[in-house]
Design a protein around this ligand. Structure first.
Ligand SMILES: Cc1ncc(COP(=O)(O)O)c(C=O)c1O
Length: 423
């Protein structure tokens, strides 16, 4: 054991050994093939030939760091703005980052510098990153960044001194009220929102209200599109479900098609005007690396050419009634929610495993893991989100019959969950 894995003690191994991937499939070391429905970071599937080719070509370029004037930076930034952000004239400038976490950290610290304020606002159950201000604005109890033991409880990571205020998530019986957002945003530097983290999928009006309140309070509205950017929810970006427009958008994960690490910060014309002649005094070696740029450009072109945004919308319209039907039939399901090719299944389970409280400690089997394991036996890889949540997110290139296979595997896995719940 030489790799310290997330969510596993050094003594714990892992059964699943992935040795290859092609399109929406992964191959395991026992020779079997599984359908990858946990593919947020590989929206074009695995080993897409055009991405592989683009990476090969980029590997022949000089290795240049952030701040070096590699000509591709300007070209890829322009392509991102004119293709993915077509019709979004407010989006004015691009800063490349190393990852989604880093893009959020950059965006939040930029907001603090611009406003001269410190306080940040995030939604209950949010996830925005593994370090820095992205971790600080991660309010989902499970992703605290510290330690969790089977026997010894949990230990927090170093306390973050930045004040972070929480706004409630929308629930079926409670909408975010103007007051909730207004009070939290008073004197704040920024609010960061997203569609899907913590398996919370806010309606468009929720973000519209936050956007309006942020602007009234002089705060910057950052919308995290690390998971949802470039088509996953049937729009180029999840903010396009509503009418309000953010000041900053962050991208990560699938923005490179999974072919290279990378993230992006998109700043609005208003933010750019506020920056004025200020220089942004931060640099990091591999930001905007030629491999990242090649992967971003190729991903945008494929998503555009193959019509993958509207394809995600169509497949989502098909999945909604099928998943809702499963929710009705299985006692273990509290709710399903989502859009396009991003869905969450919330399971009924022990109170101490609830998303509001569980920190990853203790020995009880997690119902979400039971579902993921059962789906795997039916040839489909899902991912758990906490002890009682399951994410369904296949590649955007998934075929109709493969969507059927995913639904069947979920159905079978939920039968196992129903029985586990009764036992
Ligand atoms: C909504 C959201 N934002 C930000 C991040 C951070 O991205 P990364 O882990 O690629 O740094 C994640 C990762 O899961 C995420 O789900």
């Amino acid at each position: 054991m030489s790799v310290l894995r997330p969510h596993a003690a050094p003594s714990e191994g892992t059964d699943l050994r992935i040795v290859d991937g092609l399109g929406p499939y992964l191959r395991l070391d026992d020779g079997s093939t599984i359908l990858d429905a946990a593919s947020v970071s590989a929206p074009l599937g695995h080993r897409h030939p055009e991405l592989v080719e683009a990476i090969h070509r980029a590997a022949e370029t000089p290795s240049l760091g952030d701040g070096m004037n590699w000509f591709d930076c300007e070209e890829v930034a322009a392509e991102l703005l004119t293709t993915a952000f077509a019709g979004e004239e407010w989006a004015a400038a691009v800063r490349f980052a190393l990852s989604g976490s880093e893009a959020n950290d950059l965006a939040l610290s930029l907001a603090q510098s611009l406003t001269g304020r410190q306080a940040l606002v995030a939604r209950e159950r949010s996830y925005h990153g593994a370090f820095g201000l992205g971790l600080a604005t991660t309010l989902h109890p499970l992703y605290h960044g510290g330690l969790a033991s089977r026997q010894r409880g949990w230990k927090a990571s170093t306390a973050c001194t930045v004040p972070v205020r929480q706004i409630p998530r929308p629930t079926h019986d409670r909408d975010l009220k103007v007051d909730d957002a207004g009070v939290a945003l008073d004197g704040a530097a920024a609010v960061i929102t997203d569609f899907g983290s913590g398996l919370v999928f806010p309606p468009p009006e929720y973000h519209d209200l936050i956007g309006r309140q942020a602007h009234a309070a002089g705060a910057i509205w950052i919308h995290d599109e690390v998971v949802t950017g470039l088509g996953r929810v049937g729009h180029w970006f999840a903010f396009q479900r509503g009418g309000a427009r953010p000041d900053i958008v962050t991208l990560g994960k699938g923005v490179t098609g999974g072919a290279a690490p990378g993230g992006v910060v998109i700043a609005s014309a208003r933010v750019l005007a506020e920056l004025g002649d200020y220089r942004w005094q931060t640099v990091s070696t591999a930001r905007g690396h030629p491999l990242t740029l090649a992967a971003i450009r190729t991903t945008i072109r494929i998503v555009q050419r193959e019509g993958l945004v509207s394809r995600a919308a169509q497949l989502g319209a098909r999945l909604r009634p099928e998943l809702e039907e499963l929710a009705r039939r299985h006692a273990s399901v509290v709710a399903v929610d989502g859009e396009g090719l991003l869905w969450g299944i919330e399971l009924r389970g022990a109170a101490h495993h609830g998303a509001a409280v569980w920190r990853g400690d203790g020995r009880d089997p997690q119902l979400s893991q039971i579902v993921v394991d059962a789906a795997l036996r039916h040839g489909v890889l899902l991912s758990s989100y906490g002890a009682l949540g399951v994410t369904v997110a296949p590649a955007l290139v998934i075929q109709d019959n493969q969507v059927g296979q995913v639904v069947e595997a979920i159905d079978a896995a939920l039968q196992v969950a129903d029985r586990a719940m009764e036992a």
